[in-house]
Design a protein around this ligand. Structure first.
Ligand code: GLC
Length: 721
């Protein structure tokens, strides 16, 4: 197929080549059904330019997409089809839990399954590529986009990044079939490390930390065959990503071997001027092209460059090569998608009807919500409730139909069932307090009267969809004060309280946990979230979610994450010494530990690690750590749990965390059953970034902590020799 692309390149004018490298929002092609995910473009462009652009973003629907493609091809001189891209991040019409929720499942197969469904729905609605997975490592809940991420751990992030790409694209790098779409891993790179958690803010981390902690997610996605990468808005190593040749040429292209399409984020090329590294659109365009950015999303900088080059009517050999390389990669992607053979790929409304928002898809959405929900507190085993329990239900989100979270673009909220409806379907005695008790002063006497007949109160609180995702940074990642006030008032009624927290980010839940007898975290659980929550509360489903991100006790702790470096004066873990000794790395007004740690999540069952057996405690550098873990479920509840293994390297060349995740597996253990689970950790997974910035495994002594969260004390020791 290379000859077809080469032949086309030979026919294209400068304007046509550069237009092929431009992506416009759908409103440039038609007015209805358009979702803008960035500042609207004000630029006017000619019909010739419009009918030469390479791609359109933010439109879907077989009929609508077909109409745009037909119209475009009628006017296009070279009949190069448009490629349709959009933000399908955690579902197209069937919406799954937000990615941070899916990460709580610790189940790569489940994540892959949801991506496969999202791909099939998207591909049959006219989309060719999706702006997913987002794999920015995140440690700061003030940043609203943590909801799109896989959490704070590099290994979990990399595992789920690969699973997403497999699901969306299918396996391997073969032609993308009609039920899969190309993936665009984003945002390269390290956007999640924005200072202060403030949106679009500076990222200034060392190359050592970038390689040791932040690179893995992108790397695993690219190794799994991601066809596109999206540049991030932020600076890294002092240069905005979109003009950063070190990042894009040396690391992304040369080191990671990425040969797909590099697309900018929305107007990120144009914003090189605001960053102060370009003095005009043309200057920005030249800098981006030199960095290897193949496609300009909505900045029009490439168009302005084309106009300049046409006027000058001269172009250097170097620049021609830069252009041709970029156009080649875009045309190759269209080739891989089969667009030259069938420009109307996926634009069949009957197939769309058959494949989108099906009951089978919704069933998977419900299972995903059930597996993503995290049980944070369950004092005196209050949950699960009997089906005939007398319940009072209240809270501002009890009647909320939008539990989809941000980036649920085409998700259908109309058909969604609210938590109130789902609980009333599941339980016989539910009294719903319709009035929004969070407005004005709560009359405690009235509240006591209203809850008098119930055994337990369920309070549904949290944030709304619009309070998560892009451009939603918060300095106080907490429950709104009026919701905390409601919980305090309910606590005074003397009733048992079950609190459900709907959120797209970790919140400071310290007071909430004290006020609640049971605390459940569904995140934004998606299209069938309410039904999943009801199944968990009634005990038909045993919760198994585990936190992919630490929950702080106080805002002042942020960023607080489990695999931070040890420091020279770490706490000993023995509270008397840690309190008496002044000169330790600690606060005088708060603990160091988070309220809930990475990997934490309760179950109705009672799992115990009975034995950890290393098959060998001397392992070659190119060998494997083989171990067996014996787990017993000492309860009458069947249930799933996640066995986790955390590495401690006794001595290393660069400072290492106290422990870091190197293995995990989700397993079902029936009531009173004992299971033996085999693990094989390739020694290569123990590599870390040395001072020369190379990842390498050291010979030496190691501990492996094995348990059900990052605080486990069960350990074995071994040596790499
Ligand atoms: C937004 C986001 C990016 C998204 C793109 C297209 O600004 O940063 O994640 O894919 O624009 O909608």
């Amino acid at each position: 197929m290379v000859s077809r692309i080469k032949e086309l390149l030979g026919k294209m004018s400068i304007t046509e080549k550069i237009a092929q490298l431009s992506q416009l929002s759908a409103d440039y092609f038609q007015k209805d059904g358009v979702t803008l995910t960035g500042p609207a473009g004000k630029q006017q462009i000619t019909s010739e330019e419009l009918h030469s652009v390479g791609s359109v973003l933010g439109i879907s629907g077989a009929t609508r997409a077909r109409k745009i493609q037909e119209n475009y091809l009628q006017h296009s001189r070279l009949k190069i089809p448009l490629i349709f891209m959009a933000d399908v991040v955690h579902g197209y019409k069937t919406i799954f839990p937000i990615p941070l929720g899916l990460a709580s499942s610790f189940d790569p197969e489940l994540v892959e399954k949801t991506a496969k469904i999202a791909a099939k729905e998207s591909a049959n609605a006219g989309l060719h590529a999706v702006f997913a997975p987002m794999v920015d490592l995140v440690r700061d809940p003030r940043w609203g986009r943590v909801m799109e991420a896989n959490g704070e751990d590099p290994f979990l992030n990399g595992s789920l990044a690969a699973a997403s790409v497999r699901g969306f694209q299918g396996y391997g790098t073969g032609e993308l079939d009609r039920n899969h779409v190309a993936t665009c891993v984003k945002h390269f790179a390290a956007y999640g490390a924005a200072e202060g958690g403030r949106e679009y803010n500076t990222v200034d981390i060392s190359e050592w930390q970038f390689r040791d902690q932040y690179l893995e997610g992108y790397q695993k996605a690219i190794e799994t065959g991601a066809r596109l990468v999206m540049t991030s808005f932020n600076t890294l190593f002092g240069v905005p990503a979109t003009a950063n040749q070190k990042l894009m040429r040396s690391i992304l292209r040369d080191e990671l071997g990425f040969d797909g399409v590099l697309i900018s984020d929305w107007n990120a090329i144009g914003e090189l001027r605001e960053h102060g590294v370009a003095d005009s659109q043309v200057d920005a365009a030249v800098k981006a092209l030199k960095a290897g950015v193949d496609m300009d999303m909505m900045s029009f900088a490439y168009f302005e460059l084309a106009q300049k080059l046409e006027k000058e009517n001269q172009i250097s050999q170097e620049f021609t090569q830069l252009l041709d390389e970029a156009v080649y990669r875009v045309l190759k992607l269209k080739e891989e998608l089969g667009l030259f053979e069938d420009p109307f790929r996926g634009m069949d409304s009957l197939k769309e009807e058959e494949n989108v928002l099906t009951e089978d898809n919704l069933k998977v959405a419900q299972k995903a919500a059930e597996e993503s929900t995290v049980l944070l507190e369950n004092k005196n085993n209050l949950l699960p409730l009997r089906a005939d329990a007398k319940i009072t239900l209240c809270g501002p989100l009890a009647h909320e139909s939008d539990l989809l979270g941000s980036w649920s673009w085409k998700g259908d909220t109309v058909k969604n069932v609210t938590i109130a409806t789902a609980l009333q379907d599941k339980f016989r005695n539910v009294t719903v307090l319709d009035d929004d008790l969070t407005e004005g002063v709560i009359d405690l006497d009235i509240l006591k009267q209203k809850t008098a007949g119930s055994e337990v109160v369920i309070a549904v609180v949290g944030l709304r969809s619009f309070q998560s995702g892009e451009a939603t940074s918060m300095v106080k990642p907490c429950l709104p004060s009026e919701q905390l006030g409601l919980l305090k008032a309910l606590n005074k009624t003397g009733k048992k309280i079950i609190t459900l927290v709907i959120t797209g980010r970790p919140l400071v839940l310290t007071e909430v946990s004290e006020l609640s007898d049971a605390l459940l975290l569904p995140w934004f659980p998606g299209s069938r979230g309410s039904q999943a929550i009801a199944n968990i509360i009634v005990g038909e489903v045993n919760p198994s979610g585990k936190l992919p991100m630490s929950f702080p006790r106080s805002i002042g702790q942020i960023p607080v994450y489990y695999n931070s470096l040890r420091t020279g004066r770490p706490l000993t873990g023995r509270s008397s010494i840690d309190q008496e000794n002044k000169y330790l790395s600690k606060y005088i007004d708060e603990e160091n530990s988070p309220l809930y740690c990475f990997g934490y999540g309760l179950s109705y069952a009672d799992f115990k690690i009975k034995k950890v057996t290393l098959l060998d405690n001397q392992i070659a550098e190119d060998g494997e750590v083989n171990l067996q873990v014996e787990v017993k479920n000492e309860s009458h509840f069947d249930g799933q749990t996640v066995i986790q293994g955390y590495l401690h390297q006794c001595v290393a060349e660069t400072a290492q965390p106290e422990r870091e995740l190197k293995m995990f597996k989700k397993i079902m253990v029936k009531a009173n059953e004992t299971k033996i689970v085999d693990f094989r950790i390739p020694a290569s997974r123990l590599a870390y970034t040395h001072q020369n910035l190379i990842q390498k495994v050291d010979c030496g002594k190691y501990l492996l902590y094995v348990g059900f969260d990052a605080n486990t004390e069960e350990k074995v020791s071994f040596e790499i020799v």
